[in-house]
Design a protein around this ligand. Sequence first.
Ligand code: C5P
Length: 242
Amino acid sequence: MTDSQATHPLMIALDFQTKEAVQAFLAQFPDPAHLTVKIGMELFDRYGPAIVKEIQARGCAIFLDLKLFDIPNTVERALTQLGELGVQYVTVHTLGGSAMLQAAQRGLVAGAKRAHVAVPHLLGVTELTSISPVGLRDEQNCRLTMTEQVVALAKLAQQSDCDGVITSALELPALVAAVGPEFEYVVPGIRLASDAAGDQQRVATPQTARQAGATAIVVGRPINQSKTPVSAYAQYQTAWNA
Ligand code: C5P
């Protein structure tokens, strides 16, 4: 990794509606410069690159999770813009195909070069964790099992210049076995045994995810909705390192 901004394997999802809520949340951390935070569509669609710049000014590394999915030319041009922002990770849908994934990487490289910043890591979303095996079969008309499909899409991502994939912990052992350790596996749906799962169906603890090959985990509500987010973060960090 050539990034100037070091990343942390425990990423906090900043799933807040307003920048004031983000500011109030981050202000509780004594040293936000050591945090890696995920900005999604909710904040980016409201504030655009300004919210990225604002959070970068606190020293945080940024995972910009916009999950792009369009024709290659459009994705390349969009990622040229995002590549200029100096973020550390961006996401695209692997279902966009090899031409789109390669175009995404070209766009990122061009944008980063233009802005003289490090190239963000390109992560591919395989099947969303909200898609059930029945939906895969009856709505996407896919004849593979969920694990076979996720492995196939991760291989496509690897062959098409992505740096890693977003994956549920459940598919991780099969994925790492098929795709190999020289790839990034970023895992959401993480909970300590004592936490509520919420709407996540496929949860795992930080230790389980790391042992299965996760290179990073994304934690949202257990930290961003906590009354004591700093100690919740510390608990997750301890569990990741256990
Ligand atoms: O609150 P929770 O820990 O469930 O949040 C998980 C975060 O990871 C959310 O921001 C969600 O959008 C994101 N995510 C996910 N599943 C994916 C991709 C991203 O839960 N497949």
